[in-house]
Design a protein around this ligand. Structure first.
Ligand code: KIV
Length: 268
């Protein structure tokens, strides 16, 4: 179990943004990987609902349940000594503020998470406000929203035209104003992610969102080269490094030094 005195918190993340230190984030779904990731200095561990795809073998994140998330978060929490532990609220587990509060409480009390992440723009404002009111740190998630894959018509870059870009900028500000503590940006053009990141006082963490976000996140199985046909915005860090711990250490260094993502991982 983690000692809170040594834990990364949202305050640490704010400070990192202010001081220009990049936030290195990776997903984990079990205790063994959580231990290695934590030991290699990753700042945030995300128990992502991507587990539906990389652990359970589904095509989407949609079948993942709150119970699945609690099970995996609890196993990760046992070895997450320093990193901030963030967890996804899965599909349809936050359709009202009340339902979101109940499920976030379970993820924190049973799963021992420190922060929850939810997808959606300004329509989630009341939910984020309520969670924040009850002391739940929230990471909002804009851009490609995998839980809406069928509504968004596939896994596509978002915010490419002016209207949707302006909408995303507006959504980000609304979410910050109602209490979001961080914002994840997925598959967003570089310049838009840069604009959003510089507009906000809360940190942004990007995946396929260019080098100007305040941090970077990758799905563990993608960066270890396990995922067949991994998305273009990811990088196989295991290929150049002999073992998993080295690969993760090099991911952290590349994020901190700004050598990842490169142009080939970005969308213009
Ligand atoms: O579920 C997940 O792994 C995510 C990714 C965007 C990192 O949310």
């Amino acid at each position: 179990m983690a000692n809170m005195a040594h834990k990364t918190t949202i305050k640490t993340l704010y400070k990192m943004k202010q001081e220009g230190e990049k936030i290195a984030t990776l997903t984990a779904y079990d205790a063994s990987f959580a231990r290695i990731i934590d030991e290699q200095g990753v700042d945030v561990i995300l128990v992502g609902d991507s587990l539906g795809m990389v652990i359970q073998g589904h095509d989407t994140t949609i079948p993942v349940t709150v119970d699945d998330m609690i099970y995996h978060t609890r196993t990760v929490a046992r070895q997450c000594k320093k990193a901030l532990l963030m967890v996804d609220l899965p599909f349809m587990s936050y359709t009202s503020p009340h339902q979101a509060v109940e499920n976030a409480a379970r993820l924190m009390q049973e799963g021992l998470a420190q922060m929850v992440k939810l997808e959606g723009g300004a329509l989630q404002a009341e939910t984020v406000r309520k969670l924040s009111h009850y002391g739940v740190p929230v990471c909002a998630h804009l851009g490609l929203q995998p839980q809406s894959v069928h509504k968004q018509g596939g896994y596509r870059v978002q915010g490419k035209d002016q209207k949707s870009a302006l909408q995303m900028i507006e959504d980000a500000v609304v979410l910050q104003d109602v209490g979001a503590d961080a914002l994840l940006l997925e598959c967003v053009p570089n310049l838009l992610a840069q604009e959003i990141s510089s507009n906000l006082s809360i940190p942004t963490i990007g995946i396929g969102a260019g080098p100007h976000c305040d941090g970077q996140v990758l799905v563990l199985h993608d960066m270890l080269g396990i995922t067949p046909s991994a998305p273009r915005f990811t990088k196989d860090f295991l290929q150049q490094n002999g073992n998993i711990a080295e690969a993760i250490k090099n991911f952290v260094t590349a994020v901190k030094e700004g050598t990842f993502p490169e142009d080939k991982h970005c969308f213009i």
